[in-house]
Structures are given as structure tokens and as C-alpha cells.
Design a protein around this ligand. Sequence first.
Ligand SMILES: Nc1ncnc2c1ncn2[C@@H]1O[C@H](COP(=O)(O)OP(=O)(O)O)[C@@H](O)[C@H]1O
Ligand SMILES: [Mg+2]
Ligand SMILES: [Zn+2]
Length: 259
Amino acid sequence: MAHSVSNLGIAMDRKLGVIGRQAAHCETHGEYLAVLIKAGGLSGCPVCAADKRDMEELERKRSQFRARQHELARIPKRFIDKTFDNFEASSLGQKVAYEAVAEYVDNFSKHRREGRCMLLLGRVGTGKTHLAAAATSFLINQCMVRAIYRTVGNVISDIKATFRDKSGDSEARIMRELIEADLLVLDEVGATKQSEFELATLFSIINGRYEQCRPMVIVSNLSPAELDDALGARCVDRIRENGCIGVAFEWESARGAHA
Ligand SMILES: Nc1ncnc2c1ncn2[C@@H]1O[C@H](COP(=O)(O)OP(=O)(O)O)[C@@H](O)[C@H]1O
Ligand SMILES: [Mg+2]
Ligand SMILES: [Zn+2]
């Protein structure tokens, strides 16, 4: 434990210009010995001062984490300001979707422990990416969770780019990043016809996360049956294990209204 300013010894007293001591009282920590300094003034509660330093240090670490994790998360610029607050939940469907995603982030530590995934499926322009981005930002900013956002297109093109550069381990590095994040939000699943390579890559990611019991949020414009077809039973079974939470976005597109 750090020494309080009240008991540093005579030599230190002299150096710091301490000329006396007097009993003082802190509302939170009770009695303490305050020091009187040559320059005038009385020292405050040493425990409060240490608490304040700890809080400042924690806040500094948190803001470092947020800045770093937002870089890694790669939420697209268009969605960086999307939040739960600016998601309009006027229809029943929107309310249900909002509540489900909000519950998932509010109880993320439980869902993470249980490896529970979330499926956001339905029509284009209904706010799936909005809520997925809001969830990613919320988990990074409020919960210090290492959440990342990728589209399937991002993942495939990142990996293909490593084939051109001959550095060797970068495909493994990308896979590690995708598998080790606390939460992977994978958007645009099944948006294009998948090649064998894409399916094998998706399986590696989904299975890698499944083995480590790490959750995913899968976002797609496909229906549940179409998603099963697009990903195949091996992937879908892993996503659906442990009571995966599914949300259907089946209302009119908001794209016109919110453009
Ligand atoms: N309920 C909503 N409240 C506020 N903005 C919305 C809502 N639904 C959609 N939007 C906005 O409409 C646009 C399209 O939504 P998006 O999330 O991209 O849809 P999807 O991913 O389902 O295709 C985005 O700018 C999004 O912020
Ligand atoms: Mg989208
Ligand atoms: Zn105190």
C-alpha cells in the first residue's frame, strides 16, 4: 500500500515543507491526520486521494481500451453513430427487436458464459445493421467487451489479400482475430452465393468460436430456412446450440424514411 502523506518521516516532512499536523475528519473514511504545509493549507483525506488516483487511472485505461477496440471493431463509418437511443421502435416488431438486442447486451456476460448466439434475420432496410452496430459500440464503450463487426465480404477479402502478400502468418492472424474476439458480429451472411472457399472459411470461424464457447451475432437478409441452406447444417447447428436468440425483422424498409 502507498504511504499516506501523514507518515513519511521527519526527513521527508522537511523536504515537503510540512510544519505540523492536526486531526481531521473525512465524511467517508473517518478520522485522519492532516498535515499543515509551509505554503499554507491542510492536506485532504489520503484514502480519498488514493481512490481518486485509482479512478483516474481506471478511466484512462478505459478510454485507451475504447479507442483501440473501436479501431479493431471496424464498424463502418455510416453506422458508427447508430445507437439504441436513435433506433426508433414505433411498431411492435421494432420494439421486440430492440428489446431482444438490448437484453443481449445488458446480459452479455451471461450469454458469453453460455456461448449463446443471436440471429438477426429479415428484410433489407429494417435496421438489422443499425442494431448490430449499436450493440457492438455499447459493448465496447460501456462493458469493455472486445466486440468486432465484420461483413462476410470483409472477412473473405481480408483473407484473400493475405494470399498476395507473402508474409505467411497473416491468414492465421486474421483467423485468430475473428475467433478470439469476445463477440463477433457477422453481417451480410448469405448475401452472395458462397463459393466452397467462403463456406470453408465461414465454417472455420464458426467452429473455432463454437469450440471456445464464444458467441456470435449473425445478421442476414435470408429467412431461417434460407440461412440453413446457405450455411449448411454443420454451421447452423453450432450457431443454434445453447438456445440461440432469433429475431425476425419483417416490416417495411426504413431506408427511405431515415435517409
Ligand atoms: N427503427 C429505426 N430507427 C432509426 N433508424 C433506422 C431504423 N431502421 C432502420 N434505420 C436506418 O435505416 C438505414 C437502413 O438500416 P440498416 O440497419 O442498414 O438495415 P438492414 O441492415 O436491416 O438492411 C440505416 O441508416 C438505419 O440507421
Ligand atoms: Mg444491413
Ligand atoms: Zn476520505
